[in-house]
Design a protein around this ligand. Structure first.
Ligand SMILES: [Zn+2]
Length: 483
């Protein structure tokens, strides 16, 4: 007997088995019960969320003898009985010539589609209602769309349309406004994982819980993808599916290997980074796959850390940003391995020591305090650069003149910049508190003798020389604001 894919075997048989779309199945069950079904539905959602399955269940229910009996006697129907799957109509549904189903994304010719649609005007051969299920309806030709429009505007008796699409924006408004729209949600990961475990039990296959969770995460809300992944693992692993099987079958790197790379980067241990990444490459995985897994892993770590030490977030965000831009560089490059390796090495580079500006140090504050102040200041700047470009530009003009405990003084050379900063001070204080892990009181001083921002990190005597040169230029242009 030919092997039947899990996705086909696991298709919901009744509305009660539709997972993660209760808002739809509940509403439809009521509509079926009260006999108030529409003749045109537009099913919208990502692939694998249950659109076609729902269309089939409704088509079947529209023809089900027991559903009709219940409707005429006024007996309310349970989701489990829609459809009954026992009556003649239900049992013959799959071979029924009155259920027309096609995918607009396949290479069906315009003539073919027009011919199929024209059969809507013929009475059903064997069923109560003739049903049309059209997948990826946005891919149809304008001509076909117009035929459908005409059919749903003036529907022939006993015809129902189920139009499914992953791209609602590409469906003409004229169609959208004439259909009852069903919005399918992404199925939550825990629901997918639980379902995979239930299904496995039914099939007498042992699936480890961490394996099911990993598959659910990879499926990103699509049950079809989850079942396809499970199928692949099942074919490779026989009766027991472990996390290792999942990683191996789907060409994934293990969380342990990823954590090894991440820990090495965090520890600023370049040798360890080198060893970990070489190990990852030796398992035959592509640089792109490793990079993608690293980003996903970092995101998962971030989620797990929610509500804990804020400092780590900045570090993780920095890693994710660097890896994401590496992904862009790697795309189409002949040396993706090297790009990934260099990105990780750069991230593992020791923290840059900022040069403390000379002459502006408040004498009572120890220089290591000022050093710490600059470090926090730059970390805050990096955090803000992601959300507030204006504030970052203002802060470019600031100098940390003192830092001790919970107090920081920022110096500006001019009133304009200081004023702009004060207007945004609250945002800065929120960010710095996030970076430092405590509230920091920020005061502002204006001192035109502060070094120019671009000179802040420049060693003497270069800084004084350049500063003098700039002062001369400024002196020759009196209209210039020297902030
Ligand atoms: Zn039935």
């Amino acid at each position: 007997m030919a092997y039947e894919a899990l996705y086909t075997r696991a298709r919901p048989k009744t509305l009660s088995q539709l997972i993660g779309q209760e808002h739809i199945s509940n509403a439809l069950a009521q509509a079926v019960s009260s006999g108030r079904l529409s003749h045109a539905y537009l099913l919208v959602g990502t692939r694998g969320t249950g659109k076609t399955s729902t269309a089939r269940l409704l088509s079947k229910a529209m023809n089900c003898d027991r559903v009709h009996e219940a409707q005429s006697s006024g007996r309310p129907l349970d989701k489990k009985e829609i459809p009954c799957n026992k009556c003649d109509a239900c049992r013959n549904f799959d071979s029924s010539p009155d259920n027309v189903e096609f995918d607009a994304a396949s290479n069906r010719s315009v003539e073919d589609v027009t011919r199929l649609l024209s059969t809507a005007y013929l009475a059903p051969l064997r069923s109560r209602v003739k049903t049309f299920i059209i997948d990826e309806v946005h891919m149809l030709s304008t001509e076909a769309i117009n035929s459908i429009l005409k059919l749903i505007e003036e529907p022939p008796p006993n015809v129902a349309f189920f139009l499914a699409t992953t791209e609602i924006n590409k469906v003409p408004m004229t169609i959208r406004s004439r259909c009852q729209v069903l919005n399918f949600r992404l199925i939550p990961q825990p629901r997918i994982a639980t379902y995979l475990l239930t299904l496995a039990r039914r099939l007498n296959v042992t699936v480890h819980e961490d394996a099911a969770k990993k598959i659910a995460r990879l499926a990103e809300g699509s049950m079809r993808d989850a079942l396809t992944y499970l199928d692949q693992c099942y074919a490779m692993a026989n009766a027991e599916i472990t996390l290792e099987n999942v990683n191996e079958t789907l060409g994934l790197i293990s969380d342990e290997s990823l954590d090894e790379i991440i820990s090495a980067v965090k520890a600023k241990d370049r040798a360890a980074v080198g060893r970990a990444i070489t190990q990852a490459f030796s398992s035959g995985l592509s640089a792109n796959a490793i990079n993608e897994s690293l980003i996903t892993r970092l995101r998962d770590i971030e989620f797990d850390m929610l509500g804990t030490d804020a400092r780590d977030f900045v570090e993780l965000d920095k890693m994710i940003d660097a890896l994401r831009s590496a992904a862009g560089e790697m795309y189409g490059s002949g040396i993706p391995d090297i790009i990934l390796e260099m990105t990780l090495m750069k991230l593992a580079a020791p923290v840059q020591n900022f040069v403390v500006p000379q002459g502006v140090v408040v004498q009572t504050s120890p220089s290591e305090n000022l050093d710490a102040g600059w470090k926090i200041f730059y970390d805050t700047l990096s955090l803000l650069s992601k959300q507030d470009d204006t504030l970052t530009k203002i802060l470019d003009k600031a100098t940390v003149t003192s830092f001790a405990g919970n107090e920081m003084t920022l110096g500006f050379r001019g009133e304009a910049a200081a004023g702009l900063f004060k207007r945004n001070q609250q945002t800065f204080e929120q960010a710095i508190a996030q970076v430092a892990g405590r509230a920091i009181k920020v005061s502002v001083v204006i001192d035109k003798n502060l070094p120019l921002p671009m000179l802040r990190n420049m060693p003497e005597p270069d800084r004084s020389n350049l500063a003098n040169a700039i002062d001369i230029v400024h002196a020759s242009d009196a209209t210039k604001i020297t902030d």
